[in-house]
Design a protein around this ligand. Structure first.
Ligand SMILES: NC(=O)c1ccc[n+]([C@@H]2O[C@H](COP(=O)([O-])OP(=O)(O)OC[C@H]3O[C@@H](n4cnc5c(N)ncnc54)[C@H](OP(=O)(O)O)[C@@H]3O)[C@@H](O)[C@H]2O)c1
Length: 261
């Protein structure tokens, strides 16, 4: 049952992937969870809880977004946590503007709209999910993704400084590749890729979406009460490994596969 004074967590992009895992995690913690996504409500199947509220909004439409944010707020008295897990999934040809609108502009608009609606009780938190592509360069994502993820890291710092006086903490989580429900099958069948990723990651395996969600929960919790403006890398140490080591790993991996090991 939704009580307007319950703790209220808003997840932008919580209808699939990591966002859905985060939503379920906060529901289990007893929060009222308001999820914003672009698909229709009846497609969001795994969030069966009366404390779950779903809002279908296209984040790239700024006017529509702010109109709908008023609905997200009502009848709740305030917001305690605001979490951004959205990412642009539209056509590559439109990715430059699409990524900026969905990722950077929407994040700014939502924060600016909701700033005054936080509880002000000293436990309020914002978390943005970036990517190691905000500082590394890879060939599986377009330029727009790299640039927007870098921009989010600076948004974290900017808002941390400017919202500190309202006692709102602002942090980022920077994952490497993680396996989510939707990609489990892909990585299970991706011959060699999963084993190689594990081999070049100091912790020796791939990350699961639940592990990223745990870090988000930590950053929203009292355990992180004096942490703000930080972008916390969650990649099992992979981005610390030198090119030489990765190259040698790849060579020995190829050799072992060639030998049928
Ligand atoms: N997957 C990885 O391995 C990985 C690695 C590093 C970082 N990340 C980051 O982690 C976050 C989550 O990634 P993910 O793979 O879990 O993402 P995902 O499954 O693609 O989910 C993205 C979410 O964003 C929402 N969304 C996208 N465009 C929207 C729009 N125009 N309006 C409203 N909602 C919109 C989607 O809603 P609908 O589904 O309803 O359309 C969905 O809820 C992202 O920030 C991503 O960059 C992911």
């Amino acid at each position: 049952m939704i009580e307007k004074d319950n703790r209220h967590t808003v997840i932008i992009g919580g209808s699939s992937g990591l966002g859905r895992v985060v939503a379920n995690s906060f529901l289990r913690q007893g929060h009222v969870v308001s999820v914003v996504g672009s698909r229709s409500g009846d497609e969001v199947v795994s969030l069966e809880s009366p404390a779950h509220r779903y809002f279908q909004v296209d984040l790239s439409d700024e006017k529509l977004l702010t109109t709908n944010l008023s609905k997200v707020l009502s009848p709740m008295s305030s917001v305690n946590n605001l979490i951004f897990t959205q990412r642009y999934r539209g056509p590559l040809a439109a990715s430059w503007s699409g990524e900026f609108e969905t990722s950077v502009s929407a994040t700014r608009s939502v924060i600016d709209f909701l700033t005054e609606k936080f509880s002000g009780d000293g436990s309020d938190a914002i978390v943005m999910v970036g990517s190691v592509y905000g500082s590394l360069v890879g060939d599986t994502q377009p330029l727009s993704y790299h640039v927007c993820k870098a921009a989010l890291e600076q948004l974290v710092r900017f808002y941390a400084v400017n919202l500190g006086k309202l006692r709102i903490r602002v942090n980022g989580v920077i994952p490497g590749t993680f396996v989510k429900e939707e990609s489990t099958e892909f990585y299970r069948n991706a011959h060699g890729l999963t084993e190689l990723q594990a081999r070049i990651t100091p912790l020796g395996r791939m990350c699961r979406a639940e592990e990223v969600a745990e870090v988000i929960s930590f950053l929203c919790s009292n355990a992180a009460s004096f942490v703000t403006g930080q972008n916390l890398v969650v990649d099992g140490g992979a981005s610390l490994v030198s090119q030489e080591t990765i190259a040698r790993s790849l060579l020995s991996f190829q050799t072992s596969r060639g030998n049928g090991q």
